[in-house]
Design a protein around this ligand. Structure first.
Ligand code: 2BA
Length: 144
């Protein structure tokens, strides 16, 4: 990477390419997984953030873990969809970042994660950064 490109990307922080919370599909932690599956299928995303009633970030939930959690020996046991809660199936080990996180840190995060949640000092959810947004910035910097 040339020094011009590197310097340009190093000037960026999350606030420059974040998708704000109001544009992000999410599910509530206390909802049945049936509701989460509806949100995922309707939005078209494979995974979305999980928030609590105060809008604090709690984890992420995806289609595959939901389907695995209702998989019986011979069939999907669909009745489980209304019994299990988002909390029982969500992932809690995903990395989070803040609005001030620098571009190169974000680049490293999206190598292993399609998106990362952005939280403020109080743990409140403020948005996401996506692999797509990061790649767009890398692409832009190539044509400087
Ligand atoms: P996926 O759902 O696996 O989506 C992978 C990529 O497919 C997205 O990459 C995007 O380029 C495209 N894509 C999928 N569904 C789309 C839709 N409904 N509208 C437009 N494009 C769609 P990224 O944009 O880099 O997103 C990475 C991941 O971030 C997504 O993975 C999803 O889990 C999450 N995500 C992105 N935008 C979101 C949003 N507005 N609300 C909730 N989650 C979002």
């Amino acid at each position: 990477m040339s020094s011009v490109i590197k310097r340009n990307l190093e000037d960026l922080t999350v606030r420059d390419f974040m998708i704000p919370a109001e544009k992000v599909a999410h599910v509530q932690i206390g909802n049945p997984i049936e509701h989460a599956l509806l949100v995922l299928v309707e939005s078209g995303y494979s995974s979305v953030p999980v928030l609590d009633i105060d809008y604090k970030y709690r984890g992420t939930i995806g289609k595959t873990p939901i389907l695995k959690s209702v998989m019986g020996i011979e069939r999907f046991e669909m009745e489980i969809l209304s019994e299990k809660k988002v909390e029982d199936v969500m992932r809690k080990d995903q990395p989070t970042i803040t609005k001030d996180t620098d571009f190169l840190t974000c680049l490293k995060v999206v190598i292993d994660h399609a998106f990362a949640c952005v939280v403020d000092e109080g743990g409140y959810f403020v948005g996401i950064i996506t692999r797509r947004a990061i790649l767009k910035e890398v692409n832009k910097s190539m044509y400087l």
